[in-house]
Design a protein around this ligand. Structure first.
Ligand code: ACO
Length: 325
């Protein structure tokens, strides 16, 4: 007896950036000892967005999700799985995914959970959703990356506070007889945990440790370029494809120099990279779906094209997904 293979396919994208863009010069005006030239030369970042104090990751996720649902032509009750990637959740618990489910008015009992893999969060969440769908257990997933990194930035550390911003991106991922997602790969190496961390926690009613982001920028740079090239080759090999077949590379939007170095290692021209880091800075788990949605809505990415998503972040974690859009 033959069975038809089930694949997962992105049927809609959405994103949301809160408030007005904050320029590098705006940061200087706020008293940070930096310059537009330093930030642009080292990172490619020109603007970022910051959510107002009362706005949470699930608020941003809701806006991005509503846009993705509309693009997919789905209503919220058709969603049978929510996976939300974030390192800046609304609360310790309940999960931001559960809060998002409630805000979407879903009362079907569909599972909803957060994934915490920092800047690789969306690659992790998409891979998990793909496996749920391919197993046949679920048919229509909402996969979201949503972050309010402004809450964990040390404004006295100019080496990190200029790099990050807030935002959300979402996709609707549906079961399909055609791919869809062609290959995925996930990795982690906890021995790098000290390179990028927020080493704080809430304990007995007190914040203990350091509740701000800390980073060894140069070490992060080296590891990121190495593992992004490796994982890209891994998913290409798994799908039996060559780098030349990639129409668009959508790397985690952290730093233009990491993105260019990754493309170079793959032998891809810089024109094949989707770049939005200039407009929103590093939004961690939100950055890949944000970049995807911007490029889809701009008409840059078209149906049928081959996309490579790849993320790397604290943990260290890294992962990639190769797909036909
Ligand atoms: N404005 C002006 N000067 C600055 C700033 C700033 N915002 N930050 C640091 N400097 C100064 C430093 O004080 C130092 O001055 P000194 O030479 O007088 O001591 C000088 O600039 C060089 O500092 P470095 O930290 O060595 O700067 P570097 O060239 O390594 O650039 C950066 C720092 C941009 C963070 C770089 O290491 C990098 O791109 N790393 C990758 C990290 C990254 O992208 N992380 C994102 C999160 S991780 C992820 O998403 C995968």
């Amino acid at each position: 007896m033959s069975t038809t293979a089930i694949f997962s396919r992105i049927t809609g994208t959405g994103s949301y950036l809160p408030g007005q863009p904050v320029s590098n010069d705006d940061l200087v005006a706020r008293g940070i000892d930096t310059s537009d030239q330093w930030i642009v030369e080292r990172t490619g970042i020109r603007f970022r967005h910051f959510a107002e104090a009362h706005v949470t990751a699930s608020d941003l996720a809701l806006e991005a999700s509503l846009r993705a649902l509309e693009a997919a032509g789905r209503v919220a009750d058709e969603i049978d799985l929510i996976i939300l990637a974030t390192s800046t959740p609304d609360f310790i618990f309940p999960s931001s995914a559960a809060l998002l489910q409630s805000r979407l008015g879903i009362r079907t009992g569909a599972p909803a959970f957060d994934v915490q893999a920092v800047c690789s969060g969306f690659a992790y969440a998409l891979t998990v959703a793909d496996k749920f769908i391919r197993s046949g257990s679920h048919k229509c997933a909402l996969v979201v990356g949503a972050e309010v990194f402004s809450r964990i930035l040390d404004w006295n550390d100019r080496g990190t506070c200029v790099l990050f911003g807030d935002g959300a991106g979402a996709v609707v991922l549906e079961a399909s007889s055609d791919p869809g997602i062609l290959a995925t790969a996930l990795h982690a190496d906890g021995s790098y945990s000290n390179l990028l961390s927020v080493p704080g926690q809430v304990s007995c009613g007190q914040v203990t440790g350091v509740p701000f982001l800390q980073m060894d920028g140069q070490a992060v740079f080296k590891v990121a370029v190495k593992v992004l090239a490796e994982v890209a080759h891994e998913v290409l090999a798994a799908a039996g494809m060559q780098a030349e077949q990639i129409d668009w590379l959508i790397p985690h939007q952290a730093n233009i120099r990491i993105m260019n170095a990754t493309a170079k290692k793959l032998g891809l021209p810089a024109e094949k990279i989707i770049v939005t880091v200039d407009r929103h800075g590093n939004t961690s788990a939100a950055s890949i779906p944000l970049a995807l949605d911007h490029a889809v809505r701009a008409g840059t990415i078209k149906r049928g094209e081959v996309l490579l998503f790849e993320g790397v972040g604290g943990g260290f974690t890294w992962g990639a997904a190769l797909l036909r859009f």
